[in-house]
Write a protein that binds this ligand. Structure first.
Ligand SMILES: *Cc1c(COP(=O)(O)O)cnc(C)c1O
Length: 218
């Protein structure tokens, strides 16, 4: 199945980059995919998954988690502040922290629930007006504010502009993370995960290359 092929390509990219085997975590992005495709990937042993929509994830994963123990669930889509509470209970990591109002809600929910997902700050590396994410210039101030709230971000995430070479964006993200002392880099999708690994990705988010094309009409 495709999962094995992707896993092999990840291992090869790690080796080519001179990085230890297993240093990259594959997040299988299961949003919008039919249940049987996701269940086949769970059966094949994959345990780390990414979802974009709180409601969709809430509907599917509590049951799958019981049937396949050890699942780790990552939120990789835009997160509305009014969903922060549910997100803190449901996800093991949130890749899309991009504003202080959301950070405050997450901190409150974490305090109330006694659990805090791992946090990645989304960076708008292409300076795109329509895209979520903190601008590179504003990142140091944002990280300081998060730490002031008692939050401890672990890494950065980016979605490079469509139709552009992604490598300069991956490089920028890595440089920003190093400057802030952050170890994790969530970057690379189906089309470019190998170049992301060459630039230091610790988490790649791969959907269609594993599950096939998404059908949003269903
Ligand atoms: C959907 C999505 C992915 C997966 O995209 P593919 O091209 O199917 O691999 C990765 N990251 C984010 C943020 C996404 O929304």
């Amino acid at each position: 199945m495709e999962l094995n092929d992707i896993t092999r390509r990840i291992r090869a990219a790690e080796t080519a980059a001179g990085r230890p085997e297993g240093s990259v975590t594959l997040i299988a992005v299961s949003k919008v995919q039919p249940d049987q495709r996701v269940e086949a990937v769970l059966d094949a042993g994959q345990r780390v998954f990414g979802e974009n929509y709180v409601q969709e994830a809430q509907g599917k994963w509590p049951d799958w988690r019981e049937r396949w123990p050890g699942v780790e669930l990552h939120m990789i889509g835009p997160l509305q502040s009014n969903k922060a509470k549910v997100a803190v209970g449901l996800f093991d990591a949130i890749h899309t922290l991009d504003r202080m109002s959301l950070a405050r809600k997450l901190a409150q929910a974490a305090e109330a629930q006694g659990r805090l997902p791992q946090l990645f700050v989304q960076v708008n590396t292409g300076d795109e007006p329509q895209k979520a994410g903190i601008l590179a210039d504003e990142l140091p101030g944002f990280i300081t504010q998060l730490r002031g709230l008692g939050l401890d971000p672990q890494g950065l995430m980016c979605i490079p502009p469509e139709g552009e070479d992604a490598t300069p964006h991956f490089r920028l993200l890595r440089k920003l993370a190093e400057a802030e002392g952050l170890e994790k880099l969530s970057m690379g999708m189906s089309a470019d995960f190998e170049s992301a690994i060459a630039e230091g990705a610790t988490h790649v988010r791969v959907g269609s290359a594993i599950f096939g094309k998404r059908d949003y009409s269903a």
